[in-house]
Design a protein around this ligand. Structure first.
Ligand code: F0G
Length: 355
């Protein structure tokens, strides 16, 4: 029986050897996506690591099981984070599981509905700052120097310990390392964690090589692409609406070591990729997750990555589409209203079938 990432990968993880605080996260599917690969002109085999299927709907749960396990082992009473939403929901759930209080600080008006609802439902104290994620992170970093609360942003090293297990799973599922890994980048903790994981597996002799990393940012929030902070980050992908990534330096090093690259994609490209994922493969993700596909599509179109049919590309789908239902409702045609009788329904159905 699967009992979460700490049980599964304990020898690889620097985390207190106590009974884990877990919701049995991880073990997410690696789904082949041939129709999507064809649509974006990718010759290689494309697989999607569907992290939206974690207990709170995002990859953050891998990091949070480790962070909360360690926090409890160290006698913590409360946790605190800044978040664009997913970290908040995950921290809230794992704190609930551990019997700790959670305080989360999110950018007011810029958090997707499902994330806010989750954080509130799990019983966190949700605070909304009149500013962006970068401001929120600055505030919580100061708060943990003055109050007895544990920071559970990805600055917390145990977050990366846990999140690297996604790289282990990708290797275990493929039976080898992928040639490329495409991943959305916001605060840059996750790409850093994947690289740590791939390297650890390589050094342990579990795989024979390392992937190249394709780190994808939104055009309006692309500090790692342009090499400068974004004071007013803006993108429809609110999860990665971040102008000063806390793990930026490590992410840059990881991408460089891997021989990969960062690139930026527009909100239109993100929405296009988001639609392709749902309509060609039946996989509904939040916009930030679609950035990895948008980035791949652009990298292929601009011939910046060259892959052949015998190679393998993995794209990380970081969060579930139900996190951000507004996007679908705002960007797609509303359902056609139907009067409750046969003739009316038949007329509407026939019209629909003709289009
Ligand atoms: N995708 C999703 C769905 C996210 O929620 C995040 C980050 C990322 C990608 C980027 O990961 O920050 O490690 O580079 N969300 C954080 C949060 C910032 O607060 O939930 P990253």
């Amino acid at each position: 029986m699967w009992r979460g990432i700490i049980h599964a990968y304990r020898p690889f993880l620097q985390v207190a050897s106590v009974e884990p605080i877990t919701l049995y996260e991880g073990h997410t599917p690696l789904i082949p996506a041939p129709r999507l690969a064809q649509a974006i002109g990718l010759a290689a085999a494309l697989y999607l690591k569907y992290e939206g299927l974690n207990p709170t709907g995002s990859f953050k749960d891998r990091g949070m099981t480790a962070a909360l396990t360690q926090a409890v082992a160290e006698g913590a009473r409360a946790v605190l984070c800044a978040s664009t939403g997913n970290t908040a929901a995950s921290a809230a759930a794992y704190a609930a599981r551990a019997g700790l209080r959670a305080f989360v600080l999110v950018p007011a008006g810029k958090v997707a509905l499902g994330k806010l609802a989750g954080a509130m439902a799990y019983g966190a104290t949700v605070l909304a700052v009149e500013g962006n994620f970068d401001v929120a992170l600055e505030l919580v970093r100061r708060a943990v120097t003055e109050y007895p609360v544990t920071l559970v942003n990805s600055l917390n090293p145990y977050r990366l310990e846990g999140q690297q297990t996604a790289a282990f799973e990708v290797c275990d599922q493929l039976g080898r390392t992928p040639d490329w890994l495409a991943i959305p980048v916001g605060n840059a903790g996750n790409i850093t964690a994947y690289w740590k994981g791939f390297r650890a597996y390589y050094q342990a002799g579990r795989v024979n090589g390392l992937p190249k990393l394709l780190g994808v940012q939104a055009e309006g929030a692309a500090p790692l692409v342009y090499g400068r902070p974004f004071e007013k980050p803006e993108t429809i992908a609110t999860a990665i609406r971040i102008g000063r990534p806390a793990r930026g330096a490590e992410a840059r090093q990881a991408v460089q070591e891997s021989g990969g690259m960062f690139l930026a994609v527009s909100d239109e490209e993100i929405l296009h990729a988001w639609r392709l994922l749902a309509t060609l493969e039946g996989i509904f993700v939040e916009p930030a997750s679609a950035a990895s596909i948008a980035g791949l599509r652009r990298a292929v179109a601009e011939r910046r990555i060259k892959v052949s049919a015998d190679q393998t590309v993995v794209a990380v789908l970081t969060g579930h589409g139900l996190k951000d239902p507004d996007i679908a409702l705002r960007t797609l045609p509303a359902p056609t209203r139907v009067k409750p009788d046969w003739d009316a329904f038949r007329a509407v159905l026939e019209r629909a079938m003709e289009t």
